[in-house]
Design a protein around this ligand. Sequence first.
Ligand SMILES: [Zn+2]
Length: 384
Amino acid sequence: MKGLKQVVVAITLLISSLTFGQAKFKVALDAGHGDHDFGAVYHGHIEKNIALAVVLKVGKILEKNSGIEVIYTRKNDVFVDLIERANIANRADANIFVSIHCNANKNTEASGCETYVMGMSKNASNLEAARKENKVVLLEKDYEQKYKGFDPKSPETLIGLTMMQEEFLDNSIALAGTIQREFIDIGKKSRGVKQAPFMVLHKAYMPRVLIEMGFISNPKEGAILDSEEGQNEIAQSIANAIIAYKKENYGANDSDNIVKPSQKVEEVKVVETPVQKPTTTPTEVKKPETKPEVKPEVTSGVVFKVQLSASSKKLDLVPSNFNGLSNISMSSEGTLYKYMYGQTSSYDEAKRLMQEARGKGYTSAFVIAFKDGKKVTVQEALKQ
Ligand SMILES: [Zn+2]
């Protein structure tokens, strides 16, 4: 009984501290690179500057939230060791660690954003990303002593050093998934949630992610990443994801200021009328010729679908445009088209469809729900 009493007291204390706002959700923001470490440089775009600009914008949004405290690993153009970046977050007892970077590739066509969680990978491109970010340690003094047994050129050597902190993996993946979904919402190309051994993540003892916001080596993406507007948009997405994660795991508060792109569209009053009526109501679209029978649209009750992607481009709903998936529907929000796969009243079936979509390359596909034709949260739908 004494044990139970202690638990009750602990829970009461926790609830009261949350209620009275004493326990703030602490976010450690890490702008990659700095000073003599420029990160990737292409076409005059410099990774260290873009990472810092976006981090400061994310921080500014989050600081308006009374439930959040922001910790920065750097706020100006200075060099910070990878271990020290993680330690700043560790000392502050941050709830999450978010490291922000830009991708680069010799193939200047490569594009899209991806979010990494810590872990082993056999995938060559994931390992390359980790190698690129890890090699920063070569610029640090006494790196051989500091990172004993670790060869930045082979990220695999990181795994043998200590046990992986698997307990953070689920939460890290949840955070990474939320970030990627926010990117999809603003029409970014998602390369998905990935796993690779990054030193800076390895040393942070909390749910941790590393965002590659896009390819600085791609002339078009590089220009967006280096623009005020592009940075504002991506910073808002990252902030949205962090606030959504906080709400999900630590509870909501009055100043949870998530601003969605559709709201912004309304503010600037875009005149261009989308082809579909500008509501969130999903529109069942004709299936490919081979299957002429069109299932009657379920308009009443709860319907689950799997959101594959969102884009400002209107695509024909044929399997060849969706990695072979049929039964695709589309909804439009402002100037953004969302593409969805399947339609079912069973949540289990929806999860199966999601796995199928992920298997087809839509690695950040997720289940969405509608009630009587209106978009609702999955939690809300499951209450029915
Ligand atoms: Zn970087």
